[in-house]
Design a protein around this ligand. Structure first.
Ligand code: R5P
Length: 299
């Protein structure tokens, strides 16, 4: 308990529970870290990331506190190694780990004997150092089942609100995301359709679309993640062939590997919009308040 001394009177002062907390910006999430810190009225610790000539990563954290909130998406292997270093730099403190985009989540089971279950390995790593783990739209329920300390937030209502006023038809590119798109479509009272997708390999997909009434309509394809863009490109092509006026693609996690945004635009998609779980030029919808509100409950 703190006291202030007013003349001879000692008055107890309620200590702000967040006074001894810092946001630790990870290398992959600098802008989102700042937005979350601003929303929570917390300070950012200073983090330094450098690469040695041999490719090894150097990490330093200054001005950290007894309790720390790391914000770091796991987009690349470097992101995972630098997170490992952050955990070490903060050793002995309480750490809440915010992983806005949880990479390695799609390998959530062993399809063949001897395969690593990638998300299980990531879960075990994060659980070891964190008092709580927050993420946004983890790819599958199965993936989430490997965690004990996970809070899995849903950013799709933010997408619904962003599109609310528009005159559009909504499309799920596969049956897996159909239920979410159904809920989203309700927010703006949009007509919606779910396509069927068959994955041939990690880069090729086949899309089936039946009975769509989209002639002359502005169509928005919504997906949780765009890694190669193949799904959006194939779905967009079919929707344009069926008479859509134009196509926008919206997703939570814009992975967009290998400059695939170029391929998507070249395929005739008018616009691509995403959240900032991965910070890209197209990240127009922020998950900062969604995450900050949840963190507030934990403090
Ligand atoms: C699949 O389950 C996901 O929701 C996405 O549709 C998929 O990951 C998209 O992949 P790509 O952009 O590589 O086609």
């Amino acid at each position: 308990m703190l006291f202030v001394i007013l003349g001879k009177l000692k008055l107890p002062v309620k200590k702000n529970r967040m006074n001894n907390m810092k946001i630790i910006p990870g290398i992959a999430s600098p802008s989102l870290s700042l937005k979350i810190a601003t929303a929570l009225n917390l300070k950012l610790a200073k983090t330094t990331f450098r690469e040695f000539p041999d490719g090894e990563i150097y990490v330093k954290v200054e001005n950290f506190d007894d309790k720390n909130i790391i914000v770091q998406s796991l987009i690349s292997n470097e992101d995972i190694v630098s997170l490992m270093m952050l955990f070490d730099a903060l050793k002995g403190t309480e750490i809440i780990t915010v992983i806005p985009y949880m990479g390695y989540a799609r390998q959530d089971r062993a399809f063949e004997k001897g395969e690593a279950i990638s998300i299980r390995a990531i879960a075990e790593f994060l659980e070891k150092y964190s008092s709580k783990i927050l993420t946004v739209n983890l790819h599958s329920e199965k993936g989430a089942s490997y965690f004990n300390k996970l809070i899995n937030l849903d950013a799709t209502p933010l997408i619904g609100n962003y599109l609310k006023e528009k005159d559009i038809v909504m499309i799920s590119p596969d049956l897996g995301f159909c239920e979410r798109v159904k809920v989203l479509a309700k927010i703006g009272n949009f007509k919606f359709y779910c396509l069927e997708k068959r994955r041939i390999d990690s880069k090729k997909v086949e899309i089936l679309a039946k009975n769509l009434d989209i002639k002359g309509k502005k169509v928005v394809i919504v997906d949780d993640i765009i890694p190669t863009g193949e799904t959006i490109i194939k779905a967009g092509k079919i929707l344009l062939e069926k008479g859509a006026e134009n196509i926008t693609a919206v997703c939570v996690h814009p992975v967009l590997a290998n400059y695939s945004l170029n391929d998507i635009y070249r395929a005739g998609i008018k616009e691509v919009i995403a959240t900032d779980t991965i910070e890209r030029s197209i990240s127009k919808i922020s998950v900062a308040d969604l995450i900050a509100n949840e963190l507030r409950k934990l403090m």
